[in-house]
Design a protein around this ligand. Structure first.
Ligand code: 3H9
Length: 693
């Protein structure tokens, strides 16, 4: 018998327990153990009248073991386990807690009944891995909760709370006391009451009352519209549609075929890469034993756009936070922004009123910097200027209690220089949030030369607590994300001179899968921001600078790279901008000629990948996957392409090297010469993924 699955009996009820930490994934040994024990309990032993399937540890089965995907299958499959459960003539009750997800929920759907502990969250998140449920989820879930809800759950991948699961028929009972005891009691009642053992796959009532095909197709179209470029959503819809159009056995086979096709696809490989890279990015081997400080109180310096967003992050996570501004007016403006954001979320149904009030109550505003004295972490989010920030750090040094973390939200500046303006550089770290800070998942945690292991560990732990994806990076101008972004910006401007128009460049990137192209993005953020920064550094951008000189700052002035109708955020190509581009190219003696989409994408992305190689060699990022995580969570790089470095590997580094060499010859820009690391890997026929961990 497998050690990961065990059985005991409790007054005639067999309790089969899975114990495969950390998340009870149903890997081979678990599947084998389950088939063995379920068939034993189901068989002749008259002493056993019912079965409970439960899990040890923090959760019921959270899915298939993702590390097994792409390897030769080892029977029994998850489907075989579910068939064994369904074949059982005795009632089978799943006892759910934690996060029954994916194959875990599918296992539970193979049982006759489901009971759950309070706080359980149930879902089919396969879509986030570029696949669909492959063990009956697309057929059994709609039979329990109806097609509309099943479609929402499977296409979003988001879990639902247990209360919702009870109301929609996914679970039969919430057990407030001991879960397994409650499940055993439920099983005994089922036996005593001779409750009919109807399999979920045979329940037709909710499907029969469900949408007709035309309603189904209308709803499905809404999801596929948003799915741009991804294969899994369309496959999920095909499988769900089969629940209405095919006999269940055929529909299950259809689902399985679609699942197998997707598991083998590049998109799913890319999304699985991101799943594991996300979990790796916050791991720093040399601080593994450092202990994070407890954070009971936080403070944020500055209540501008970033400061207000960061303040909300703490309040959302249940941490009391003091926000400091220099004037009463600025403070009021900042706090108003926070309240408006919360009210908007509440109005959209995203936040209950009492929860909103609780979050707002966690925020204290003040103009007195001394109020941060008892904070365990202070996040500085003042104007992006070294002098201003150093002054703030110097003052904080005299106020903040010993041992507290002093973090800067700078997006470019030298964390070591900020550390040196205090007497405790060991407590200083970068915490680079992305705008809007209360929404964007990425947090670049910047490790200074003097940052102590405890400070770094605390910043990472705080990031997790705030629901962010922390990625640890080293100090350089712009860290990982903005350093690479800058190269993309330079290239985008060059492409305009060489023959492309802003909407063509943007369309090439949105077709690739980015939510927005660089020019629409610049207009949204405000072109004056980059202009000011370039001037300070003695840099220039041929087109953007001229637009700014004309007062075209983007959406806020209704004109930028595009034209915006009053009250609209939809970018419209502007003939005046086209003329300016054509004239500028002529003045510079650049002959313009049309550029194809693929050529545009290569010119924008390959120099970034090259910079990524330099970043790796310099040790600014620990692993290629960290760079991928930063680009997926901070800059909208499509997860189904796995981030820039994974994407580079998928194309082959030899190809990237050759294209970069051609770019360098064409533009005369030395930055385009293949970076030594890229060159070496390409010469050896290797990819970034082959670098030692
Ligand atoms: C599926 O089920 C397909 C079926 O439809 C068809 C076939 C049957 N496999 O996230 P954490 C690891 S597809 C392997 O930090 P948390 C994870 O890498 C699957 N490993 O914990 C990490 O390792 P490490 C559908 C897994 O408490 C450790 O466990 N299911 C898996 O923040 C802890 O993870 C999903 O997509 C796995 N399935 O969150 C659920 N899951 O410590 C994916 C986790 O070495 N999992 N690991 O870095 C999750 O969403 C979260 O892990 C969960 C816990 C919410 C469960």
């Amino acid at each position: 018998m497998s050690e990961l699955v065990s059985m005991r009996t409790d007054g005639g009820v067999a309790v089969i327990t899975i114990d495969n930490p950390p998340v009870n994934a149903i890997k081979y040994e678990v599947r084998a153990g389950l088939v063995d024990l379920v068939s034993r309990a189901a068989g002749g032993d008259a002493g056993i009248s019912a079965i409970v399937i439960a899990c040890a540890g923090r959760t019921f089965v959270a899915g298939a073991d993702i590390t097994e995907f792409g390897k030769p299958p080892r029977p029994p499959s998850a489907i075989a386990v579910i068939e064994a459960l369904e074949a059982c003539p005795k009632p089978v009750v799943a006892a759910l807690h934690g996060t029954p997800l994916g194959g875990g929920l599918e296992l539970a759907l193979g049982c006759h009944f489901r009971v759950a502990a309070p706080g359980t969250r149930l879902g089919l998140p396969e879509i986030k891995l570029g696949i669909i449920p492959g063990a009956g989820g697309t057929q059994r879930l709609p039979r329990l909760v109806g097609m509309e809800k099943a479609m929402a759950m499977i296409l979003s991948g988001e879990p639902i709370p247990v209360r919702d699961a009870l109301d929609s028929g996914l679970v039969d009972e919430i057990v407030d006391s001991d879960l397994v005891a409650g499940a055993i009691a439920f099983a005994r009642r089922a036996v005593a009451e001779k409750r009919p053992l109807v399999l979920v796959r045979d329940r037709e009532e909710k499907l029969a009352n469900a949408w007709g095909l035309s309603q189904f197709d209308t709803a499905a179209a809404n999801y596929t519209k948003r799915a741009r470029g991804q294969n899994a959503p369309a496959a999920a819809i095909t499988a769900l549609r089969a629940a209405i159009t095919l006999p269940v056995a055929d529909a299950l086979r259809r689902e399985r075929d679609l699942f197998l096709e997707l598991v083998a696809s590049d998109q799913s490989k890319a999304q699985r890469h991101i799943f594991f890279a996300e979990r790796e990015a916050a791991k720093v081997p040399d601080i593994a034993s450092a202990k994070a400080h407890d954070i009971a109180k936080a403070a944020v310096i500055g209540a501008g756009t970033m400061g207000a967003g960061i303040t909300m992050c703490f309040a959302n996570a249940g941490i009391p936070v003091t926000v400091v501004e220099t004037s009463a007016d600025a403070l009021t403006r900042g706090l108003d922004t926070v309240k408006r954001n919360y009210r908007n979320t509440a109005a959209r149904g995203g936040l209950a009123t009492d929860e909103m009030d609780a979050r707002i109550a966690r925020i204290t505003g003040t103009t007195d910097l001394a109020a941060v004295a008892d904070a365990d972490i202070v996040v500085e989010a003042v104007f992006e200027d070294m002098g201003v920030k150093q002054e703030v750090f110097g003052r904080l040094d005299g106020i903040v209690k010993s041992g507290a973390v002093i973090a800067s939200n700078t997006s470019y500046l030298d964390i070591d220089a900020l550390g040196r303006s205090t007497t405790r550089p060991q407590s200083v770290v970068g915490m680079h949030f992305f705008s809007p800070a209360n929404v964007m998942r990425l947090l670049e945690v910047v490790r200074g030369a003097a940052t102590s292991p405890e400070t770094l560990a605390t910043a990472i732990a705080v990031g997790r607590k705030l629901g962010k994806v922390p990625a640890v990076v080293g100090v350089c101008h712009g860290f990982v994300g903005n350093r690479m972004l800058r190269l993309r910006g330079v290239e985008a401007e060059r492409l305009l001179l060489e023959g492309a128009l802003p909407h063509e460049v943007d369309a090439a990137l949105t077709d690739f899968g980015f939510p927005m192209g660089p020019f629409a993005m610049g207009d949204l953020a405000g072109l004056d921001v980059g202009w000011r920064m370039r001037k300070a550094q003695g840099l220039s951008a041929p087109i953007a600078d001229q637009l700014c000189e004309l007062g075209r700052y983007g959406q806020k002035t209704s004109r930028g790279f595009y034209l915006y109708e009053p009250g609209s955020r939809t970018p419209k190509p502007d003939p005046e901008v086209e003329r300016l581009i054509v004239d500028t190219a002529a003045q510079r003696g650049v002959a313009r000629s049309p550029l194809g989409k693929d050529a545009i994408v290569e010119r924008l992305l390959f120099p970034m990948i090259n910079e990524g190689a330099r970043i790796l060699r310099e040790g600014i990022a620990q692993r290629p996957g960290d760079i991928d995580v930063i680009w997926v969570y901070g800059y909208g790089f499509p997860a189904y392409r796995g981030g820039p470095m994974h994407y580079a590997d998928s194309l082959g580094l030899g190809y990237i090297r050759d294209r970069l060499t051609a770019f360098a010859d064409k533009t005369g820009d030395g930055r385009h010469r293949p970076a030594p690391l890229l060159d070496e890997l390409a010469a050896a026929g290797r990819g970034f993924a082959s670098l030692p961990a």
